[in-house]
Design a protein around this ligand. Sequence first.
Ligand SMILES: *Cc1c(COP(=O)(O)O)cnc(C)c1O
Length: 378
Amino acid sequence: MKKFLSYSLPSIGLEEIKAVNKVLKSGWLTMGPETKLFEQQFARYTGAKSAIVVNSCTGALHLSLLALGIGRGDEVITSVYTFAATINVIIQVGAKPVLVDIDKKTYNIDPSKIEAVITRKTRAIIPVHFAGQPCDQKKIAKIAKKNKLYIVEDAAHALGSEYQGKRIGTFGDTTCFSFYATKNITTGDGGAITTNNEKLADKIKTLRLHGFDKDAWKRYSDKGNWYYEIKDCGWKYNLTDLQSAIGICQLKKLDKLNAIRKKYALLYYHGLASIKGIELPFIDPNVKLNYHLYPILLTTYNRNKFITGMAQQGIGCSVHFIPAYLHPYYQKTLMIKAKSYPNAQWVYEREVSLPLYPKMKTEDVNYVIRTIKKVLQQ
Ligand SMILES: *Cc1c(COP(=O)(O)O)cnc(C)c1O
């Protein structure tokens, strides 16, 4: 039987295994020196003053809203075309998610539709950089400034992407990244918040670990002291040194990994360009992509039938995303319907994410291209 080409696989090498081994033997497993180092390197990579690493991007988004003081009675605007976490954290702080349709080209929130939903209660916008494609920062910044709104970026897809020559990580009041297993770098699970606001960074650090005025390293290491005070009612959202050791290795490889993604994405562009019935991802001249996903649209062929056909040929595909109004919970609590989101619905019905990750081989990419042609002819 032919091998199955997974939709996604992480790029873990001997370096990661050695690094974890070293931490395991060190006697210090939780947040400590590796985490501190990972945070310094992550801040340097993104160009932000501070980076705070946490257990997930979901945790990063949640802490961002909490630290900005967003809660009951507030409204937060985000894209209808995103992962559940972006919307759930708004509900979890007691605020109301206000969901906006997407741009048909970039699949990002349509900036021209934001102002119409701003009310006296609106406090923040969470732009999601879909597939690593940076949002229209210029337009969003203008709207935020005019209406005195915070910006919390959901950059789960966007590590290493650039907007007008600048890496993602410093546009919003905070930027939230994910190190989940399918993202451009992984620590198994994990996430980071970057910010240039040092007061906000301190608040997030406190909220990340119970509300402690100091972390475990400052309590138990040789330079530590047993005394601590609780300054706030915090969460248990820290990353561990085991994970940070993996993160340090992964961050070192990130640009190389993204270059492989780019090489494969270009093979897809060339291999699929002449096929009728496929719309390829838009390339914005203002941005540099990290090629987190390769989302194509099928304009004539049935999407679900296509995914089944690909699976029968041993290729895993995915769909990004199931829009919020199709999930029973958001339908019920937010009273939202497909007809308010024609662009999201149009994209959703046609979208397929092809396998794209550095562990693939060139021949795998070529096999995907050949198989697409075959399936479309059936
Ligand atoms: C993966 C993802 C998240 C959640 O990331 P976790 O690290 O798994 O919490 C949030 N937003 C988007 C757009 C994502 O794709």
